[in-house]
Design a protein around this ligand. Structure first.
Ligand code: PAF
Length: 302
């Protein structure tokens, strides 16, 4: 399959690197990381040890037209722009899949590429960028994909088979619930690790943080359920704790953003639960506190 990874940072490079060899993968990204891959190839270390030479560029003109699959792993706040910039790459056979964190990516891809092309997804794989051209495969996590309308068609089945080379894979007829549940995990793990500058696993070692984590999960589950979302797991807290255990060594994507003094996705994760909470009359003081705390850190970048 011909695949373009749009937004080849830590996660995109890891997914692309794990699929390359079996598939014709092209990485589209930016900056010194992509320059290093162009020159020296991509190194994956950690759970997987691999060095791969694969095409990488910051220019859509270097990407194949009409690829079978475009996988979006951009930051949530870049999904719209990335979709616009890559719009003309999509041809009759192209399917587009989002694996980005946050709650609005599927709708944006539907808008830009059409519902017939769009497949929704979440992944709990953990990836850290160690250096330019080097990513750590820091945690094995489940990937779930499906159509926004719940249909499991041949496209979904084919893409699921391809992606199962990168991580354990399931398909779902309830992607809305899956997306909300994963966003709850990100709402609980990412800001707490970012604010406290700790790997995911330390959330289980400190009682105060563990209590905060439980409060965020409870608050966000209430928001999701009040919006009529059916969360796939009965015990969402246990689902979140399982992700923490499986990615205990990882520095969350929000912490990596802070490390690199980049804007975070907090508005698309905790901010989304705050906004949705307001719509359905559910108070979300813990999510709001975390949004404010992360913004405070971001302001200190200037
Ligand atoms: O955003 C992240 O860091 C990841 O989604 C996850 C699974 C929480 C691992 O750190």
């Amino acid at each position: 399959m011909e695949i373009v990874v749009v937004g080849a940072g830590a996660l995109g490079s890891l997914v692309g690197g794990l699929l390359s060899g079996s598939h014709d993968v092209h990485l589209l990204g930016r900056g010194p990381h992509i320059e290093a891959i162009k020159k020296n190839g991509l190194t994956i270390t950690g759970i997987t040890e691999k060095h791969i030479m694969l095409p990488a560029s910051d220019n859509t003109g270097d990407m194949p037209h009409n690829p079978d699959l475009m996988i979006f792993t951009v930051k949530a706040y870049n999904t719209r722009e990335a979709a616009r910039v890559t719009h003309d790459l999509a041809g009759p056979r192209t399917r587009v899949l989002t694996l980005s964190n946050g709650l609005c990516n599927t709708e944006i891809l539907q808008d830009e590429f059409g519902t017939h092309r769009t497949i929704s997804g979440v992944t709990s794989m953990a990836a850290t960028r160690l250096d330019d051209g080097v990513v750590v495969h820091a945690g094995v996590g489940q990937t779930v994909i499906g159509r926004p309308d719940g249909k499991i068609d041949d496209d979904v089945r084919e893409i699921a088979e391809v992606l199962s080379l990168a991580s354990p894979l399931t398909t779902s007829e309830n992607m809305c619930g899956v997306l909300h549940q994963k966003a709850i995990a990100n709402a609980a793990i990412n800001p707490l690790t970012a604010i406290n500058d700790i790997p995911n696993g330390e959330l289980l070692e400190r009682e105060d943080l563990r209590e905060m984590l439980e409060a965020i999960v409870q608050e966000s589950v209430t928001v999701a359920e009040s919006r009529g979302i059916i969360l796939p797991e009965e015990d969402v807290l246990e689902y979140v704790l399982e992700i923490v255990r499986n990615t205990s060594e990882n520095r969350s994507s929000m912490l990596q953003d802070i490390d690199k003094r980049r804007p975070t996705e907090v508005d698309y994760i905790n901010g989304a639960f705050y906004t949705y909470g307001k719509e359905v009359g559910v108070e979300t003081p813990v999510n709001l506190e975390l949004v404010r705390a992360v913004h405070k850190i971001e302001r200190e970048f200037d």
